[in-house]
Design a protein around this ligand. Structure first.
Ligand code: EPZ
Length: 428
């Protein structure tokens, strides 16, 4: 199994190209199910999760073809075509590998009038039920049955969903995405209240409008979707990854360096940039992206995660690593997931001083972290360990890096290019 080895203490300087967003790609790819025509996605990141999703779509009958990128393009160019659906079932062995597989439920139901998707099962960061996905589809006229670990959803008489109104009791990114993808081909109108407003959902809506969908209120918590008879194919560029950009911004902070996040968009990550500025970092905007530079010692912060435009839960672990070296005590509150402090015991092994009280954490800044062998537990936790390793005295080995490969494209390459001493090692 691969591990990442880091010799810490280097100040990072230079340009980091930001890849396409994982969490946008995973909701844009299933849109191929909504049309018989070709959908081409550009700036698609090279990530394990994207490959897993392509594999799932292949099983449903969607052909996926990766073409060489055109001059000036980054990432990958993938053409997806679902002219004939051969299965409406997303099996357990696929869904258990990647819970985002549940995002085929809405589009498959809209296209075929039925869909059978395995329930995702447990996750390291929390219970993560899909009850809201099912409730909103029921409100749109779907019949939902649960049997043998599977959800079986069907439209009336296997036809088109009527559409309907739903108010989310809790903001859910995934349930909003499934609802939007189901509503665009519904017979009637759907209104979603307290919908998630994440930039990845704006990217999804913009793609669907480019395919011929009728959506109002994009970017707001109130989405109005008029169903249409059919959607056309198109070519669409995946948005840049705001979480990847925020993670590298923390690398500039924790190593006392200065990094240019090429392609990052400020409007996608304002809460993260505000927190970085409060921690004392210098933020400069330019036409190619955002420059983040250390500016004296790190200041402590009080942060609470919340849905967009609030401070992202997917940035919590990376900030904890950075604030472990701030001058003073920081307070973090994780309001989205009930078990998202798995990185804490590992950071403590590197000398961090962190106390957990339920969903809250007190991070007492220390002068120096020290290298150690540590275990990755989930995607963002593993990035916090890499950040700590970049700043630590001595050598760090991050084990189980498959977690990282799910969400960070060419991590070692990007960090080496700005001065880090880092390499991937394959055991045995
Ligand atoms: C998306 O997960 C992201 N994943 C997550 O990123 C991100 O942490 C999360 O949104 C919040 O921003 C992808 O986009 C693939 P939710 P999702 O539905 O859609 C509860 C990463 O690191 N809930 O917004 O699964 C749920 O338990 C990953 O890249 C229900 O109770 O998140 C949670 O407490 C990790 N019932 C809260 O809502 C439901 O039916 C928010 O979950 C759905 C959710």
């Amino acid at each position: 199994m691969d591990s990442i080895w880091i010799k810490g203490g280097k100040t990072l300087e230079g340009d980091i190209p930001i890849s396409g967003a994982k969490n946008a790609a995973l909701t844009l790819m299933p849109c191929a199910l909504l049309t018989e025509e070709k959908l081409t996605l550009t700036n698609l990141p090279r990530l394990a999760d994207v490959d897993t999703f392509a594999h799932l779509l292949n099983q449903l009958g969607v052909s996926t073809h990766v073409a060489g990128v055109k001059k000036g393009e980054v990432g990958r160019r993938m053409t997806l075509e679902a002219d004939e659906i051969v299965s409406t079932v997303a099996p357990y062995d696929m869904v258990r590998k990647m819970r985002a597989s549940v995002l085929v439920l809405g589009p498959m139901l809209a296209r075929m009038g039925e869909a059978t998707v395995s329930l995702p099962g447990g996750c390291a960061i929390g219970d993560r039920p899909i009850d809201l996905h099912l409730k909103v589809l029921e409100c749109m006229g779907a019949e939902i049955e649960l049997a043998a670990g599977y959800v079986k959803a069907s439209a009336p008489r296997g036809g088109r969903l009527p559409g309907g109104d739903f108010s989310f009791p809790v903001v859910s990114v995934g349930a909003t995405e499934n609802a939007v993808m189901a509503a665009v081909l519904a017979k009637g109108k759907t209104q979603l209240f307290n919908a998630a407003r994440e930039p990845e959902i704006v990217d999804l809506c913009n793609l669907l409008v480019a395919m011929g969908a009728k959506i109002k209120g994009i970017g707001s918590a109130h989405l109005i979707i008029e169903g249409v008879e059919g959607l056309n194919g198109t070519t669409y560029e995946v948005m840049p990854d705001r979480i990847e950009a925020g993670s590298y911004a923390c690398a500039a902070g924790i190593t006392g360096g200065s990094l240019n996040l090429i392609g990052a968009r400020p409007e996608d990550m304002q809460a993260t940039l505000n927190a970085l500025a409060q921690a004392g970092l210098m933020i400069e905007f330019h036409d190619k992206g955002i420059k983040v530079s250390a500016n004296g010692g790190l200041k402590p912060l009080a942060l609470s995660t919340s849905p967009f435009p609030g401070f992202a839960t997917d940035m919590q672990a990376q900030f904890m690593a950075m604030l472990a070296m701030a001058k003073g005590d920081s307070f973090l509150e994780e309001t989205i997931f009930e078990n998202r402090y798995m990185h804490v015991p590992e950071l403590r092994r590197m000398g961090a001083d962190v106390d957990i009280h339920g969903r809250s954490a007190i991070v007492r800044g220390v002068e120096q972290l020290t290298g150690a062998s540590v275990m990755a537990t989930d995607l963002r936790a593993s990035m916090s360990l890499v950040l700590a390793g970049l700043a630590a005295e001595g050598e760090t080995e991050v084990l189980r890096v498959y977690h990282l490969d799910r969400g960070y494209e060419r991590l070692e390459e990007k960090l080496s290019a700005v001065g880090a001493t880092i390499e991937r090692r394959t055991a045995g």
